[in-house]
Write a protein that binds this ligand. Structure first.
Ligand SMILES: C[S@@+](CC[C@H](N)C(=O)[O-])C[C@H]1O[C@@H](n2cnc3c(N)ncnc32)[C@H](O)[C@@H]1O
Length: 251
């Protein structure tokens, strides 16, 4: 793909969110954005990590994938949440993370991230205050994942369909969050179908708020044979996470 990058400098100090890079094609149409941040608030990360334990209590090994992982904020958040909240973190780690954007692989290699005060408070909450076991400050406005966290995520440059093609059927968790609106409708259906083929009755598909708000992805998922799971009932009164986690409907 011939990408013409129109961007804000990635490491400039962006006041609102950690990453606001926009990629456009030759006709100036948005191909995708890399927007992401640590402990993005459309998931209740600590509750999700606990739910993984409960849902996969009979499994010996669970493969967790972060597809469309952007700069790695998402898989690093999930790995830290698992390490701190799960009774058996090794069952779920390391996470396999992929993105088709080469620039993101460079950012991941550099490993220095601007962080907002909102991200910091979410990080403190979701790690029960133990964030500094996995992250270190690099000045007041930047953080770096420590080696204790880096070893828990394996990154690769890959598009979503190729990543899923390489996955074995079984106990899988697919974080496919906040990139579905960038896919054409036929590719969304193809991806949903391929994910479903690799999922057993315990497997989970996790989507994001942008997927729901921009294209009402949950309707397509229902039509493709998925059912919604509520993993954090005490948060039901707000929409932060609802319609995020899905299982295969074995009708
Ligand atoms: C908005 S970011 C979301 C990042 C992260 N999942 C999150 O929710 O915070 C979307 C990412 O999806 C990636 N992406 C878009 N289409 C993709 C595809 N077909 N295969 C792999 N990655 C893709 C983009 O490069 C971008 O980094």
């Amino acid at each position: 793909m011939n990408l013409n990058v129109s961007s804000l400098s990635y490491l400039s100090k962006i006041s609102f969110c950690a990453n606001d890079r926009e990629v456009k094609d030759k006709d100036n149409r948005v191909v995708h954005r890399n927007t992401t941040w640590f402990f993005r608030n459309d998931l209740v990360w600590d509750e999700l990590a606990k739910y993984l334990d409960e849902n996969f209590s009979d499994s010996r090994k669970v493969n967790v994938y972060s597809i469309g992982c952007s700069d790695g904020s998402e898989p690093y958040s999930m790995a830290a949440a698992i390490k701190i909240n799960s009774k058996n973190p090794d069952k779920f780690l390391p996470i396999s993370a992929s993105d088709y954007d080469e620039e993101m692989m460079k950012v991941i290699k550099k490993g220095i991230y601007p962080i907002t005060s909102g991200e910091r408070s979410s990080m403190v909450k979701n790690t029960k205050g133990r964030w500094d076991e996995y992250f270190e400050n690099d000045g007041p406005n930047f953080i770096k994942p420590k080696i204790t966290l880096k070893k828990e995520v394996n990154f690769s440059l890959n598009d979503a369909i190729s990543t899923v093609n390489e996955v074995k059927y079984g106990d899988n968790v697919f974080m496919c969050r906040n990139f579905w609106p960038y896919l054409e409708a036929k590719d969304r259906i193809e991806l949903a179908g391929k994910l479903r083929e690799k999922m057993n009755k315990n497997s989970l598909l996790i989507i994001g708020a942008f997927d729901r708000q921009a294209i009402m992805l949950e309707r397509m998922l229902m039509a493709c044979g998925f059912i919604n799971i509520e993993y954090a009932p005490e948060y039901s009164s707000n929409d932060r996470h609802y319609y995020s986690v899905w299982k295969k409907d074995e009708f």
